[in-house]
Ligand binder design. Structure first.
Ligand code: AG3
Length: 269
């Protein structure tokens, strides 16, 4: 048996592999593994994107925090997220339409075939898939209630989703946005860049979750726009019983930041 390693800055994570299920190289290098203790795992360009063991800790926080901070989200766009995990969570809500925009068709096809964490979401009649760069899509799309950005690290194809122009376009096209904003511990440059560049969303906040398979496990997200946490408990009724990780207490707690992180955020906002 082999190990898969992802190295960060002088440290890393080792995951024991049972077997490789698939590997291909197109727009990005996509690998899918069966691991010993994290079940199946998706790796893109050498970086762990999800494991079945902890993907809910990430996808539920990325999706339900903005969805329940909006009065009545009906039209939702997901930028990235070709594995279908975020789409699956969006469709737990009473939405009319969920558009997933991913630049890499391979990710969608291979994840449907070898991973299946979408649990049928791609077959839902409310779901629509567009294969295209997320920023290009925003230039010419309708307005959405919520936009969710589920990107890879900003190296290679997803760096267009991290610049100011992307957020300027997004601000015109939604009430509420959420995005994954990398490790605030060991990817500080990425984290700071996102905080700065998301300034078209004048009102924005950082929240955190623990995702053990990501660099150093502490993961950050940003919510921006016209969000409110007023009736969280009531709004939670919309999806109660359908989540494995999210609940309103976890939602509120995710915004409680330690002093060092508050300081980082203050320097950028
Ligand atoms: N994308 C954000 C995870 C990035 C992890 N980075 C890393 N391992 N260096 C997750 C996509 C899942 N839908």
């Amino acid at each position: 048996m082999d190990w898969f390693y992802e190295y960060y800055n002088g440290c890393g994570l080792a995951i024991k592999i049972k077997r490789k299920l698939y590997e291909t190289k197109g727009v990005q290098k996509v690998e899918i593994y069966e691991t010993e203790s994290f079940r199946k795992m998706l790796v893109i360009d050498g970086k762990i994107q999800l494991t079945e063991f902890d993907e809910a800790f990430y996808h539920e926080m990325l999706v339900h925090v903005p969805m329940l901070s909006h009065k009545n989200p009906k039209n939702v766009a997901i930028v990235g997220g070709g594995d279908g995990g975020a789409l699956r969570e969006v469709l737990k809500h009473d939405v009319r339409r969920a558009v997933l925009v991913d630049i890499d068709r391979n990710v969608i096809e291979l994840c449907r075939k070898f991973l299946g964490i979408d649990r049928g979401a791609f077959d839902d009649e409310r779901a629509e898939v567009v294969i295209m760069d997320g920023k290009e899509f925003l230039k010419d799309c309708e307005r959405f209630d919520v936009i969710i950005v589920d990107s890879t690290d900003p190296v290679g194809v997803s760096d267009t989703l991290f610049d100011r122009e992307f957020f300027e376009l997004a601000r015109e096209k939604c009430d509420v946005i959420s995005l994954q904003s990398q490790s605030p511990l060991i990817q500080k440059e990425y984290f700071r860049t996102l905080l700065f560049n998301s300034s078209p969303f004048e009102r924005r906040e950082v929240y955190i979750s623990c995702v053990p398979s990501y660099p150093l496990a502490l993961w950050s997200f940003i919510i921006g726009g016209d969000y409110d946490f007023e009736s969280l408990d009531k709004r939670f009724e919309r999806i109660k019983g359908k989540t494995a990780h999210y609940n309103p207490e976890v939602h509120r707690a995710a915004f409680a930041l330690p002093e060092w992180l508050k300081k980082e955020v203050k320097e950028c906002i």
